[in-house]
Design a protein around this ligand. Structure first.
Ligand SMILES: Nc1ncnc2c1ncn2[C@@H]1O[C@H](COP(=O)(O)OP(=O)(O)O)[C@@H](O)[C@H]1O
Ligand SMILES: Nc1ccn([C@@H]2O[C@H](COP(=O)(O)OP(=O)(O)O)[C@@H](O)[C@H]2O)c(=O)n1
Length: 666
């Protein structure tokens, strides 16, 4: 996951390959709650690991459920047949609507002394319709803040279930889902009837709920979409094992990607056209816009068909979440696209109609909006602008606008607060980068060159972490090469140049966090010694060795960008890099830093000897004939002798930002 303040997506050109999608958020949380209400143990496979499921799991633990997590498999030992807690419990529900609503209903029907709170935005998301329905049937629920909104306090109910329970059908279908999942708890001596008042929106989500309830032994009788009868004596029965289908609305970004990007097509693993989720019908809308889609039981394949895409007008009531993706596809169309019947967008994580309109306008688009509709006009090649997309703590806004990076103007797109995707798809950007491609010149490289112990590695890795970029420690490659050569019984002299170069060309080196592995063996400590640095300096003089390492170094230039540290990053390996920094500090300072570094790692060291060594290494690095250590002509010099690490990082970030001008962040 990218936890950076922003993520700059380079202009992307195409996409091909396979993405495996994580489990659906709403199915995950429904399955967790149903498993908790069962007697016995349920093994849930392919569970989504996300903020919403973590909130639900924490709540279930507080209630006394057995919860064992092993990767994406979670084993739940349910509360069925056991005593419910009688002590007061306070639940923190974050911003997790898929946990808040069904849990409120289950707790209210079961009764106890429970408080449910969330983040400030959760306290702005309406829950009045659910509470009204629950009160109607005798549940005791108080508002602790504003009427109609969390936080809530739930107490002991006195249930009256003889009359049908009215539920408004025109608000979030999660209310009805919540009731359908909670009411089987109260069917000991009667059947319970729910009556929908008005048109039921988002019917497909109710179908998912009914489908899952059936898996848990609850056979709800559906009479049209107006009445639902939960039979007397209904009891949750564990299915034993259950697999969570991938999220069909997450699939929408990759369906759109296949339709927009040039390439051999995208294969999506985890969900197919026969999915129980209504959002899968997004594929029909994407096909209308031009996508070519084929499908099997658990997969979809998408290719670009019509190009530009075709503008459409669509009632999106059946695909409220996935329809947001159409708004970004609309930018690539041949005419305007109007999405209708999307009033529910206004009360989601943020006001999504306003968000999609504002952010599309930043990209240069013309957008009109009404209470329950939006029209997005196509964006011609010349009119795309570099924009910093505000994401409103809304995962879908972030994922949708990542698709703007395929713009014909080939301008990059900044996504603010990229970690908001954690709600449903923590590794969304990693998945995007695994299939997206672009020309090397679009993938930014920041070079940090300089003498030993000037702080290159520290600076480069910190800036990489701040930007979400990859990091190349090129010195480590020379260190590993020298290590491998010595292990192979070679000298580090010119006489063995060809043999060392041969080794270097297929060096089985891997970086895992701070560890360096050679052929699977951890050589971190061995290569980081001062002797290791001196040996690296010796092999690095040999032109054939330097040449042999070029391709390996270039292979680190991957999306979304790279920080490269070494001696010749800016002069030889990445001469086109948009920012080159030549980092120096006085020899005295550098010797002092290296001394501290070694002592802190438990090595003994003598500061004068260190200084003599590093001056000898500098001299060799600066005087060699190939790729000598020197600043690139266009490098910015940074002497950090009297700067803190933070100040050096800040300076490089300021230089970088001044070259990356996006529309002003909001
Ligand atoms: N600006 C700085 N001020 C103080 N100490 C620093 C600074 N930059 C780096 N250091 C420290 O100096 C030591 C050497 O830094 P390192 O990044 O390993 O250098 P290089 O990669 O250039 O050899 C580390 O212990 C690091 O914490
Ligand atoms: N791009 C690079 C990186 C390192 N090197 C060589 O490898 C040695 C070790 O590099 P390093 O970056 O790990 O060394 P430190 O600066 O960390 O001491 C340097 O002294 C250089 O001789 C190089 O020639 N070119």
């Amino acid at each position: 996951m990218f936890s950076t303040a922003f993520l700059d997506l380079p202009a992307l050109q195409g996409a091909s390959g396979t993405v495996t999608l994580p489990g659906s958020k709403s199915i995950s949380n429904r399955v967790l709650l149903l498993s908790a209400l069962c007697q016995g143990t349920t093994v849930v496979h392919d569970l989504l690991d996300s903020d919403d499921t973590r909130v639900m799991l924490a709540a279930l633990r507080q209630l006394g459920c057995g919860v064992e997590v092993a990767g994406t498999t979670v084993t739940i030992t349910g509360l069925g047949g056991r005593a419910w807690p009688t002590e007061a419990i306070e639940f923190f529900m974050g911003n997790a609507g898929t946990a808040m609503r069904p849990l409120t209903a289950a707790l209210a029907v079961q009764g106890g002394d429970f408080t449910l709170k969330g983040v400030p935005r959760m306290h702005e998301r309406p829950i009045g319709d659910l509470v009204d329905a629950l009160r109607e049937l005798g549940c005791a629920i108080d508002y602790l803040g504003n009427d109609g909104y969390p936080p809530l306090r739930v107490r002991q109910p006195s249930l009256q279930l003889d009359k049908p329970i009215p539920v408004r059908g025109d608000v979030s279908s999660q209310f009805l889902t919540a009731l359908l999942m909670a009411l089987p708890l109260a069917t000991q001596d009667r059947a319970i009837t729910i009556e929908v008042v008005g048109e039921l929106i988002s019917k497909p989500y109710i179908e998912i709920t009914l489908n899952l309830l059936a898996r848990y032994g609850i056979a709800v009788e559906r009479q049209g979409w107006e009445r639902f009868v939960i039979p007397e004596g209904s009891r949750y029965q564990s299915p034993g094992t259950i697999h969570v289908e991938a999220d069909a609305s997450s699939a929408s970004y990759f369906i759109a990607l296949g339709a927009i990007a040039e390439g051999k097509g995208i294969r999506i693993q985890g969900v197919g056209a026969d999915s129980i989720q209504g959002d899968i019908r997004f594929m029909d809308a994407a096909e209308q816009m031009g996508a070519k889609i084929t499908s099997g039981p658990n997969w979809l394949e998408i290719q670009r068909g019509a190009w530009p895409l075709k503008g459409i007008t669509l009632d999106c009531n059946h695909i409220p979440d996935a329809a947001m993706t159409l708004a970004v596809m609309a930018l690539y169309a041949d005419g305007p696209t109007t999405l209708r019947n999307i009033a529910s967008w206004r009360v989601k994580e943020t006001d999504r109609i306003a968000a999609m309109a504002n952010e599309s306008r930043k990209l240069g688009a013309t957008v009109e909006e009404g209470p329950d509709w939006i029209t997005i006009h196509a964006l011609p090649a010349g009119q795309w602008k570099r924009a910093s997309i505000h994401t409103y703590d809304d995962h879908r806004v972030a994922m949708c606008f990542s698709l703007a990076a395929f713009n014909a103007a080939q301008v990059p797109v900044r996504i603010e607060d990229p970690k908001c995707v954690a709600k449903t798809f923590p590794d969304y950007f990693e998945a995007l980068f695994s299939v997206a491609h672009t020309a090397a010149q679009n993938i930014p490289v920041i070079c940090i060159d300089g003498p030993t112990a000037s702080g290159k590695g520290t600076l480069a890795s910190r800036v990489a972490a701040a930007l979400g970029y990859h990091y190349l420690d090129s010195g480590a490659l020379y260190r590993v090469t020298a290590h491998a050569a010595l292990q192979a019984g070679l000298t580090l002299e010119a006489i063995d140049e060809a043999a060392i170069a041969k080794l270097a060309r297929s060096l089985p080196v891997r970086f895992e966090g701070d560890q360096v592995l050679l052929d699977g063996v951890d050589v971190t400590d061995a290569i980081r010694s001062e002797q290791g640095g001196m040996n690296a300096s010796k092999v690095s003089v040999l032109p054939a060795v330097r040449d042999a390492l070029v391709d390996l170094q270039h292979s680190f230039q991957r999306l979304p960008g790279l920080l490269a540290d070494g001696r010749d990053m800016g002069t030889v390996i990445f001469p086109e890099a948009p920012l080159k920094v030549f980092l120096t500090a006085s020899a005295a300072k550098r010797a002092e830093r290296r001394h501290k570094q070694l002592i802190s790692k438990g090595f003994s060291a003598n500061i004068d000897a260190l200084r003599a060594d590093l001056e000898a290494r500098d001299a060799r690095d600066m005087s060699r004939s190939v790729a000598p250590l020197k600043p690139a002509q266009d490098a910015l010099q940074l002497d950090n002798s009297s700067l803190t690490i933070e100040a050096s990082v800040e300076q490089v970030m300021v230089w970088w930002q001044s070259r990356q001008v996006f529309g002003s962040p909001t």
